[in-house]
Design a protein around this ligand. Structure first.
Ligand code: FCB
Length: 436
């Protein structure tokens, strides 16, 4: 385990923005018009987990749609200066072309309350979910469907823009299609860049706040460091999930293996800051069909009682990744740890913030940090992974801040911390479980 108690005092630049992040479907509850809700009702959803031990539908999630006023109070009490959340398209436009004004009023009220508390709102316009009707029409896999997103944004943006301090058009748009290749995947990836470009230029008509799309910045790593094939495949994985996007956004050139390159002027320069979601590294094992290999066992932490992702702390990856993004300001829009034992979260937070400081020292213009997540929530298939600074009782929906939330509040207040700060929140380091 890293020696977090010996960390030297760290301060962040003046004006550094501290916050937390969530996403609509993961916290709101009863998101019944979303494609994700429909998927969770299918028997297929439970096929790997017939006893429903891990998988569960989102149901009421954190009941945040009802409890949002209290949650704004909570965010303020925890000292957060900014809050990133997503607006559910499927609530605003539950049926094609039908606008739900109650839902619009809800999000405007959320924004007004955040603003009144001095909390800067970062809005994500698409965080993995969209209306079922849009999905049935083929969603973003059909280029022509961009017009639906365009119409939605043209309706929504004038109503909310005055309250928004930062924008994400799409969450993790570089994840779509994963590590696979071929013309269909390439056209999906091209389309996601164009959806982003479309959103960027539409937002510019209404808002002066900076615009980006959150990039899932995975640090790919060869499983066998001196193995040529593992290394080559690692470079390829990095190209198709990271560099392809950076290059396209910098130059407008869409260059993907195996298909003709294209140029799109609407993609070129279509971002004001790099929005980075960083969690851990992934091993590339070229000898496996799905490429993604097991992680290093000696650093594997049993943070939750199941095999899941984010089971390795690799803060160094944050430094290496951010050094590639020196040409624009950077905001960390997600970074966090899922664990039942909150002490891991404290260690994770301290180590990643110290890595972030190192990236700043190396010249990266990092402007803000959003911890994922404000509260325990629905992690897409399951309630088991706990990422929250705040615990949620999924029966009563009561919120209880964890010690990590108090540490984070102190870090925000001081705009920094030291090993001594960490020691006040952590009597003893959590232990690593034996090799599984
Ligand atoms: C990210 C997602 C976010 C959450 C975290 C753990 O990839 O953007 O919704 O699921 O992972």
């Amino acid at each position: 385990m890293y020696d977090v108690f010996s960390l030297p005092p760290i301060r962040f630049p003046d004006g550094f923005l501290w916050g937390s992040a969530t996403a609509g479907h993961q916290i709101e509850g009863d998101n019944v018009h979303a494609q994700a809700w429909r998927n969770e009702q299918q028997t297929d959803f439970f096929k790997d987990d017939p006893k429903h031990l891990i998988r569960a539908p989102s149901g009421k999630a954190c009941d945040h749609y009802r409890l949002y006023r209290e949650d704004v109070e909570l965010i303020a009490a925890l000292g957060h200066q900014a809050y990133r959340f997503s607006i559910e398209w499927s609530r605003i436009e539950p049926e094609e072309g039908q606008w739900n004004l109650e839902a619009v009023a809800h999000y405007v009220d959320l924004l007004v309350r955040l603003t009144a508390k001095g909390i800067r709102a970062f809005v994500t316009l698409h965080h993995f979910t969209h209306p079922l009707w849009f999905d049935r029409l083929g969603g973003f896999s059909k280029a022509d469907n961009r017009r639906f997103f365009e119409r939605y944004l043209a309706f929504l943006l004038p109503k909310i823009s005055a309250y928004v301090s930062g924008w994400n058009v799409i969450n993790e748009f570089n994840q779509w299609g994963g590590l696979t290749m071929g013309p269909e995947i390439a056209s999906l990836k091209f389309n996601m860049l164009r959806v982003h470009g479309l959103g960027y230029h539409l937002i510019k008509l209404h808002s002066t706040a900076p615009v980006s799309s959150a990039h899932a910045f995975v640090h790919w790593f060869p499983r066998r460091f001196h193995d040529t094939l593992d290394r080559r495949m690692t470079e390829l994985a990095d190209f198709i999930t990271n560099e392809f996007f950076f290059h396209a956004l910098r130059t407008g050139e869409l260059v993907y293996p195996g298909v003709d390159a294209e140029f799109d002027p609407d993609v070129k320069g279509a971002l004001d800051f790099w929005s980075v979601n960083y969690y851990t590294r992934h091993m590339i094992d070229a000898r496996r069909a799905d490429l993604d290999g097991p992680r290093l066992h000696h650093k594997k932490l049993q943070m939750i009682p199941m095999r899941f992702y984010l089971d390795e702390m690799y803060p160094e990856g944050l430094i290496a990744n951010l050094e590639r993004l020196g040409d624009l300001p950077v905001t960390i829009t997600e970074n966090g740890c899922c664990c039942d034992d909150d002490r891991f979260r404290i260690v994770y937070l301290a180590l990643h913030l110290s890595a972030l400081r190192e990236a700043i020292d190396r010249g990266v213009d990092v402007r803000g940090y959003f911890y994922w997540s404000l509260m325990d929530n629905y992690e897409w298939i399951s309630f088991i992974p706990r990422f929250g600074l705040v615990a949620v009782d999924f029966q009563t929906f009561q919120r209880t801040p964890k010690p990590s939330a108090s540490l984070y509040r102190e870090i925000i207040r001081e705009n920094g911390f030291s090993g001594e700060t960490v020691r006040r929140y952590l009597d003893v380091l959590p232990t690593l479980s034996p090799k599984p």
